[in-house]
Design a protein around this ligand. Sequence first.
Ligand code: NAP
Length: 294
Amino acid sequence: MSDHPEGTELLDGRPVAAGSRERTAGRVRSLRDEGTTPTLATIAMTDDPASERFLELKHEACGEVGIAVRPTLLVPDAPAERCYDAIETASESTAVDAVFVQVPLPSHVEEFGVRESIAPTKDVDCFHSTNLGRLVDGDPVVKPATAGGILTLLDAYDIALAGCDLTVVGRSTAIGRPLANLLWRKAPGHDATVTVCHSFTSDLMARTRQADVLITACGEPRLVDGAMLSPDTVVVDASATRVETDDGQEVVGDVDFESARPKASAITPVPGGVGPMTLASLLENVVTLAERRA
Ligand code: NAP
């Protein structure tokens, strides 16, 4: 039973993402009318079927809004140089507007080398240090897809952030770090007081309980349960981890949905919350970069 007489609000990303994709498709049509087909190059280094499926979904979503895709799929034990070369080739190609590198990459590929190989003007997920620097400075060209998607989702459900205590669990370059920097910046709709947690945080429960808004992105299934929340917390779970069950496989987040839902005033489902928003933001970013080049 929910503690909320009117029920806990479900922060469903699917309808919000559908609206965003419709707007993106309109922008693509305008670009095509002017003779430009927005083009995304994707580079992945994996043979994991789940990772390959994520990539396929991105390619399908691009096709649906009219974005062309140039994929490069490398085997995970290929030399790191092949990965850097593929990124540099895509970055230099006049036919490519945006470059996306699927993470995680194999451990012999250096994250810094990858980030620096992407041309900053084609960096669709804000990986390059120049773009991360602009983001920290409060002026990103495009926001990283997951962070941008979360901000759009919160805005769509009128979740006010200014002045609230907000805890982010996870500090990765891809999600936690840029997200935290966006949330505390001095700008309308932001201005939160942000606490960032990671694997060395000593008392996680104290930080999750102090939160008006909790955002998790650490890939630790059911790390946070209802007992770790204060009443009326807004909970956003960015993780999607595949776990084995008696019936096969299931995708779960960092939050134990069943125990958290009654405590939360609003909560994202997994899947169906942040995932569709990330995809929609990625498409938006491709078009923004293509418009800037055109
Ligand atoms: P990552 O690079 O592995 O980073 C995980 C972060 O979580 C690290 O900062 C780590 O701390 C922290 N962490 C791990 N265990 C913890 C614990 N017990 N307590 C507190 N912090 C802990 O992962 P990522 O790339 O950011 O991805 C995170 C999750 O988001 C994954 O499940 C991924 O599948 C998902 N994801 C979702 C989307 C989407 O569209 N929704 C997109 C991309 C990724 P340290 O820094 O100390 O190691």
